[in-house]
Write a protein that binds this ligand. Structure first.
Ligand code: NAG
Ligand code: NAG
Ligand code: NAG
Length: 398
């Protein structure tokens, strides 16, 4: 009824409106057009966020099946990100810095973290990267191993996460462990591109002592070796450790379960004592770590002073960083080009780059990687590492 009368009045009042009525009309029209504009802008701004992850199961199934696997495809990396109580935000930032739809991720907060921290981490992951819902490639460990973050539970947690990754998706090539204090120095596009030319039977571990040249008993191995707990291991070797068709991994596990930092040696001891794997070991964990004082057990925290040295090293990862250190923002801005609160943009992100939207809220072919300017240094670093492994006697190759 209102419209009818309004229309009639408007039609009739073309020439003879009283001045008060005309002002009301002008005001009404102005208000209507302003609110129309505002709602258009709001709709436009919120559009990227409306693509909620996991809403259409058929869409996510097709997204995940678009990922090519196997020896002819780019390698697939399976990441384990480990943190303790209070590390939830750091793990989320780390995940976004190393996220790529081709890869697999398991996030593990140790048992001392409260359950709501674990839940807010899971919610944060889904909110920050819609691709996670479509590719279903991130899992947050819900019920962590009991105990403290050090000691046997740390190794048990790593083995359990590796077992989860084997069970859920036995289609990855390398297993990488990162800690909340680690951060990448290259994009995943760079890393996947460079690792495409690396033989997939290689394992990267760092051991400071020459454990390959002598025959040690298992308790010597457990007590005398200090190695980097951060490893890059291929799936074959993880299967060997988890499925344990030989006695060696199981026997060593018994010994390593009784020492303080079993990760600092377990995988290294297994690999260097197994005839099957020792020839395919590279004595380098691919991390940039400052070693100013060799007597010091824990390396110093990195800060902005170390930026140049760190980035020039060509290493794909560095550690340790403090939470929210300005150095991390520098890496995000200069190296990873991660400006928003979303994942690092890569060739897979097909959304338009705007200040208000995340280009990775939409995606195209995830099997294509586009190496950036840092890929050359990374390639040189990896080539150098492989050359050293060939010539050095300080690996368990020989
Ligand atoms: C291992 O360390 C213990 C002391 O911690 C020492 O007695 C033993 O000789 C060492 N074994 C080897 C093989 O170096
Ligand atoms: C490992 O290297 C040694 C010495 O070079 C060689 O005798 C052995 O057959 C190699 N093992 C494998 C599994 O390739
Ligand atoms: C690394 O080595 C590969 C072959 O092994 C070679 O094709 C590539 O050009 C090298 N890259 C760099 C940056 O040295």
């Amino acid at each position: 009824m209102g419209t009818g009368t309004g229309g009639a009045r408007g039609g009739a009042g073309g020439g003879g409106l009283v001045p008060g009525e005309r002002w009301w009309r002008v005001l009404f029209l102005a208000l209507a057009s302003v609110s129309f504009l505002i709602s258009l802008i709001l709709l436009f701004l919120s559009a990227p966020r409306l693509r909620l992850p996991g809403v259409a199961p058929s869409a996510s199934a097709s997204a995940a099946s678009a990922v090519r696997r196997g020896p002819d495809a780019p390698p697939c990396l399976a990441y384990l990100l480990i943190g303790a109580r209070g590390d939830g935000r750091r793990l989320l930032r780390l995940l976004l810095a190393v996220y790529h739809p081709r890869n697999r991720y398991v996030l593990h907060l140790s048992a001392d973290a409260p359950d709501d921290e674990r839940q807010s981490l899971a919610a944060g992951v889904v909110a920050a990267a819609p691709a996670v819902g479509a590719f279903e490639n991130v899992a947050v460990v819900g019920n962590p191993t009991a105990g403290t973050p050090v000691g046997s539970s740390g190794l048990a947690g790593t083995l359990r996460a590796a077992a989860v990754l084997l069970r859920l998706h036995p289609d990855w090539d390398w297993f990488l462990t990162l800690n909340a204090a680690d951060y990448p120095l290259v994009t995943q596009d760079d890393l996947i591109h460079v690792l495409s030319s690396v033989p997939r039977d290689l394992n990267f571990i760092d051991h400071t002592s020459n454990i390959g040249s002598k025959v040690y008993g298992p308790s010597d191995l457990a007590n005398n070796i200090s190695c980097s707990p951060w490893v890059i291991l291929n799936r074959q070797f993880i299967e060997y450790c988890i499925l344990a068709w030989e006695n060696l991994p199981r026997i060593l596990l018994m010994y390593f379960n009784n020492i303080i930092q079993p990760q600092e040696g377990y995988f290294h001891s297994v690999i260097c004592n197994s005839l099957e794997f020792r020839n395919f070991t590279v004595n380098n964990d691919l991390r940039f770590i400052l070693r100013e004082d060799p007597a010091q057990k824990d390396p110093p925290f990195l800060n902005r002073e170390h930026y140049g040295q760190m980035v020039d090293s060509g290493a794909p990862f560095a550690r340790p960083f403090r939470e929210n250190d300005p150095l991390l923002d520098q890496i995000d801005g200069n190296v990873l080009k991660r400006w928003s609160n979303g994942p690092v943009p890569g060739a897979w992100c097909s959304g338009r780059k705007r200040w208000f939207s995340d280009p990775c809220s939409q995606w195209g072919d995830v099997n294509i990687v586009r190496p950036g300017p840092h890929a050359v240094k990374l390639h040189q670093y990896v080539n150098r590492t492989l050359d050293e492994a060939k010539s050095s006697s300080n690996t368990c190759r020989r």
